[in-house]
Design a protein. Structure first.
Length: 247
C-alpha cells in the first residue's frame, strides 16, 4: 500500500503545480527542506512517513514545472499561427506514424528561418503532416517549409492537450519536407526500430489480415493496419486499450 500512497502524493503534487505559479527551484527546495526535517524527526515514525509523503508531493510539483516548456522566442511554439511560411531545420525524433494518405513526423527543431532571410536557433518538437511517400525514418535530418499552427481543440477532444503530453506544441500541415541526411540520431533507437520492423514483417508474412493487423496493434503498438470498422467495434465495446499500448 505504501507505493499507492506515494503515487497519490505524487499526482497531487502534479495537480497542485498545474494550478500554482511556483517554479521548479521552489518545489525542489521545499522537498529538500521537508526531507531534512523528516531526517531530524526520524524517531517519530508516523511524522516521518507524513513528511516523506509531503516530500514526494513536492517532487511531483517539481516534475510538472520542469516538464512544462517556456514558450518564448527560443521555443518553436512561439511562432504558431503567424500565417507566414517559415523554414525549419531539425531531425525526425520518433518513428514515423504512417497513415493512408499522409505520414506524421515528429521533428525536433534546431533552427527556424523567416521570409526575410533571418534565422535563429530554437527548441521544441513539431508534428509535421508529410506526404505519404517517401516515408522518412527516424534519425533523418530534414528541412521543412510551411506554416506553423497550434494543434486544434474543441468541446469533444483537445488534440492540443493530447500532443502536449507528448511534448509537441506545434504542427505543420501540407508541409514540404526535404531530406538532408539519414542515419543520424541514437544507435539504440535505430536498433529498437529495426527489431520492431523485422517483427512487423514476420507477422505480415505468417498471419493474414485482419488478424495480422490486430496482432501488430497488441504486440507492437502499430494499429494503423486495423480496419476502421474493427477499430470502431473496439471503441464501442470499450476494448480500445487492448490495441492502445506503445510499441
Amino acid at each position: 500500500m505504501l507505493i499507492v500512497y506515494l503515487s497519490i502524493c505524487w499526482f497531487i503534487g502534479i495537480a497542485l503545480a498545474s494550478q500554482l505559479t511556483w517554479d521548479a527551484a521552489f518545489w525542489g527546495g521545499l522537498a529538500t527542506a521537508v526531507f531534512i526535517i523528516g531526517l531530524i524527526l526520524r524517531r517519530w515514525s508516523q511524522v516521518v512517513w507524513l513528511l516523506f509523503g509531503l516530500g514526494v508531493l513536492c517532487l511531483g510539483g517539481a516534475r510538472y514545472t520542469v516538464a512544462v516548456p517556456i514558450i518564448d522566442e527560443n521555443h518553436i511554439a512561439f511562432y504558431n499561427d503567424t500565417g507566414a511560411t517559415v523554414g525549419l531545420l531539425g531531425q525526425v525524433a520518433k518513428e514515423p506514424d504512417v497513415r493512408d494518405t499522409y505520414v506524421n513526423l515528429t521533428v525536433a527543431v534546431e533552427r527556424i528561418a523567416f521570409h526575410d532571410g533571418s534565422s535563429q536557433p530554437v527548441t521544441g518538437n513539431v508534428l509535421i503532416l508529410a506526404p505519404r511517400f517517401p516515408v522518412i525514418p527516424y534519425g533523418t535530418n530534414v528541412a521543412v517549409n510551411g506554416r506553423l499552427a497550434t494543434p486544434p481543440e474543441d468541446q469533444d477532444f483537445s488534440y492540443k492537450d493530447y500532443l502536449a503530453r507528448k511534448d509537441v506544441h506545434s504542427m505543420m500541415v501540407r508541409a514540404q519536407v526535404d531530406v538532408l541526411a539519414t542515419g543520424q540520431g541514437s544507435p539504440i533507437y535505430h536498433a529498437i526500430y529495426a527489431v520492431k520492423q523485422r517483427a512487423q514483417d514476420s507477422i505480415n508474412q505468417l498471419i493474414p489480415n485482419p488478424e495480422s493487423a490486430l496482432l501488430s496493434g497488441i504486440l507492437l503498438g502499430d494499429d494503423n493496419g486495423i480496419a476502421p470498422d474493427l477499430a470502431e467495434d473496439f471503441r464501442v465495446t470499450g476494448m480500445t486499450h487492448i490495441i492502445a499500448i506503445s510499441g
